[in-house]
Structures are given as structure tokens and as C-alpha cells.
Design a protein around this ligand. Structure first.
Ligand SMILES: NC(=O)C1=CN([C@@H]2O[C@H](COP(=O)(O)OP(=O)(O)OC[C@H]3O[C@@H](n4cnc5c(N)ncnc54)[C@H](OP(=O)(O)O)[C@@H]3O)[C@@H](O)[C@H]2O)C=CC1
Ligand SMILES: Nc1nc2c(ncn2[C@@H]2O[C@H](COP(=O)(O)O)[C@@H](O)[C@H]2O)c(=O)[nH]1
Length: 316
């Protein structure tokens, strides 16, 4: 028996009566862990998307961020952010180098406000061990575990101690996991299943193409949305600028790409060029305006309204 599953492009949200006089009245802010953020959206913890400056930029703009975990001096990063009066949000892996990294933070007397355990398939014994260790070493940190794509996996990660889970397997723009392994779940179905299965926040990760996809993810029960390619083309993003025939692009590569790994081993990501779009400030404003508009179409004043709307499947 084959199940039909849905992606962002397969569905739309059904409008309700607008109750505000202006879209400006709609509140896009979200409580996520110990802090409140201006938007329920943040940039992927990938080396081609964020670096220390990008993280600082987002934090100063009231947005959540997570630093990537590749060749990062975690102690310097956490100390630097906290010395500037900003929150520290880091990523860790599942191997022994992560244990050393966590111990170094402890020895330095540092506690990051947010820790993301980042592995392609977090529904595994290695992630289970690391989630429990992180929780034991840093009980005060808000722990995000990912990625997973099923209700059963979501329930397990909650039981292991995660404070939030990140859902989305093989839906990203630079992902080749589905081609190389045959595994993938479309995002609408993934988010609906995972969000219905747990009481902790779910982050919808990957596959955002249109700004309206953010509202669709929230309508499915996501508390936060993570996106890579959406943020990869700007001055403030971490990727390099490339010029071809007088046109400018930015490099965007997967964390499991040969480029990021430095070797062709278990490669499940690729490198692409995305259009260079200049300063990031304008798109942050536009993303907020678009979400405010979504909330108004949902008939409410804040993002909770999006959970009340009906969703229709587009006939093909
Ligand atoms: N969201 C998504 O769909 C995906 C995201 N990614 C991203 O790419 C990066 C690379 O991550 P990842 O692939 O986890 O690799 P890592 O290199 O980070 O692997 C971490 C460790 O876990 C082991 N491991 C990884 N995958 C498996 C597996 N399927 N079975 C058993 N052991 C495993 C690895 O051992 P060994 O190498 O020996 O197997 C390694 O020791 C991450 O940042 C991740 O988020 C990658 C693919 C899909
Ligand atoms: N299968 C892979 N997925 C990857 C890799 N690097 C990152 N990712 C995931 O993609 C999203 C971003 O997706 P986008 O559609 O918004 O661009 C990111 O947050 C990761 O979950 C990879 O090498 N392979």
C-alpha cells in the first residue's frame, strides 16, 4: 500500500475573515525556549549560510540563529556572543570531538543558551547517547535535536530529553540524500505528523521555496522554520561571492557535500550557485510583511491563527 504525501507546493491555506485594520497589527513574534524572537524563521546551521558575523547580525535583529558545527572554536564563539550581551546558540555532532567540545565549554564556565544536535538522521543510537549526555552536562541549555521525519522518531527524541526537534529529511535544495539513498518525506506530511506526535516545539527544516511556505509550515504545527537557500544569496550570508560573465552569485553547499567534508565519502549534498541579492535587511522586512499578511488572511492577530486555517490540496 503506497501512501500519498504532500509537499509545500501541493497545498494552499484557505482564507478566513480578516479582523485587523492593517497588516502591521499582526504579531509575528514567537516564544522559543527561554527567549522571544521577532520571527518564527531562521537560517540553516550550514557553513555556506552562517558564520559568527551572520549569527551576530541575526541576534541583533531579534532573530533566532544557530551557528554551524564545522571547525568552530565553540568556546570563543559562546564567550564572544555572551560578552556582547547576545545569546549563544551552537551546533554539536555525535562523535568524541563533541564530548571534548562540551567539556571545554564546561571548563571555561560557559553555558550556551541553545544547543542543536545536528546529524542527518537523529533517530539513531549515537544521537540518543549524545542527547542524554548534553542534557546531563548542560541541563540549563535548550536542546534541539534533529533531523527526524516521523512521529515515532519525534516521540523518541522527546523521550530522550530534547526540548525541541527539527523535522525534515532530504527536502533541502542542495540535498542529494533522496537520490543516493531513496529516503525522503515531503515537508507538509513530515511536519503534520511530527507536530501531532509531541508536546515540544517542532522546527520545519528545508524545502522552503516561496515565502508563503513559512505560513504553511506553521499551519501544520511547526513552531519554527529553518531555511538555507532562502538566506544564502546575501552579503551577510557566509558563502563566497563568485562572478561569472559579469553576473554575481553566491556559493551554497550542503553540509554533507564533498566541498564541506573535504573528501568524497558518504556524500549526500552538493554545491550550487545562488543568485547574489545584496544586503539581507530588505528580505528580513519582506519576510515579516508576508507573514503578517498570512496572519491577516488566517483571520487572527498572531501566528496562533495559522493553526486554525483549513488546508486544501491542489488538483494536478
Ligand atoms: N536534513 C537532511 O536531510 C540531511 C542533512 N545532512 C547534514 O549534513 C551534515 C552531515 O551529517 P551526517 O551525514 O549526519 O554525517 P556526519 O559526518 O556528521 O556523521 C556523524 C557520525 O554519525 C555516523 N553516521 C552518520 N550517518 C549515519 C548512518 N546513516 N548510519 C550510521 N552512522 C551514521 C557517522 O559515521 P560514518 O560516517 O562512519 O557512517 C559519523 O561518525 C549534517 O550537518 C546534517 O545536518 C545530511 C544529510 C541529510
Ligand atoms: N541531504 C542533505 N541535506 C542537507 C545538507 N546540508 C544541509 N541540509 C539540509 O538542508 C536544509 C536547508 O534546505 P533549503 O531547502 O532551505 O536550502 C538544511 O537546514 C539541512 O537540514 C546536505 O549536504 N545534504
Amino acid at each position: 500500500m503506497h501512501k500519498t504525501e504532500l509537499n509545500y507546493g501541493d497545498v494552499y491555506l484557505v482564507p478566513r475573515k480578516t479582523v485587523v485594520d492593517s497588516r502591521k497589527e499582526c504579531d509575528t513574534s514567537v516564544q522559543f525556549g527561554p527567549r522571544r524572537f521577532d520571527m518564527p524563521l531562521y537560517a540553516s546551521n550550514m557553513k555556506s549560510v552562517v558564520d559568527a558575523e551572520t549569527c551576530e547580525y541575526f541576534a541583533r535583529h531579534g532573530w533566532f540563529y544557530t551557528m554551524h558545527r564545522f571547525n568552530v572554536d565553540t568556546v570563543a564563539f559562546v564567550a564572544g556572543m555572551q560578552q556582547k550581551g547576545l545569546f549563544a546558540s551552537i551546533s554539536v555532532g555525535v562523535n568524541d570531538d563533541t564530548i571534548e567540545q562540551l567539556q571545554a565549554l564546561k571548563d571555561a564556565g560557559l553555558t550556551p543558551e541553545y544547543i542543536t544536535l545536528d546529524i542527518a538522521n537523529a533517530w539513531c543510537v549515537k544521537a540518543e547517547r549524545m542527547i542524554k549526555l548534553v542534557k546531563q552536562m548542560f541541563p540549563a541549555s535548550f536542546l534541539i535535536g534533529g533531523n527526524i521525519a516521523t512521529a515515532e522518531a519525534a516521540r523518541d527524541l522527546q523521550a530522550w530529553g530534547c526540548d525541541a526537534i527539527k523535522a525534515g529529511i532530504a527536502g533541502g535544495r542542495v540535498c542529494i540524500t533522496k537520490n543516493k539513498t531513496g529516503f525522503h518525506r515531503p515537508m507538509i506530511s513530515t511536519v503534520q505528523d511530527c507536530a501531532a506526535a509531541v508536546t515540544i516545539p517542532v522546527i520545519a527544516d528545508g524545502g522552503i521555496v516561496e515565502h508563503g511556505d513559512v505560513a504553511k509550515a506553521l499551519a501544520c504545527g511547526a513552531t519554527m522554520v529553518m531555511a538555507g537557500s532562502l538566506f544564502a544569496g546575501y552579503d551577510e550570508s557566509a558563502g563566497e561571492i563568485v562572478e561569472i560573465n559579469g553576473k554575481h552569485y553566491k556559493e551554497y553547499f550542503g553540509s554533507a557535500s564533498q566541498f564541506n567534508k573535504g573528501e568524497y565519502k558518504n556524500v549526500e549534498g552538493k554545491k550550487i550557485l545562488v543568485e547574489y541579492k545584496g544586503r539581507m535587511g530588505r528580505v528580513l522586512v519582506e519576510l515579516k510583511e508576508d507573514l503578517q499578511s498570512s496572519i491577516s488572511y488566517a483571520g487572527g492577530k498572531d501566528i496562533a491563527a495559522l493553526r486554525q486555517v483549513d488546508m486544501i490540496v491542489v488538483a494536478r
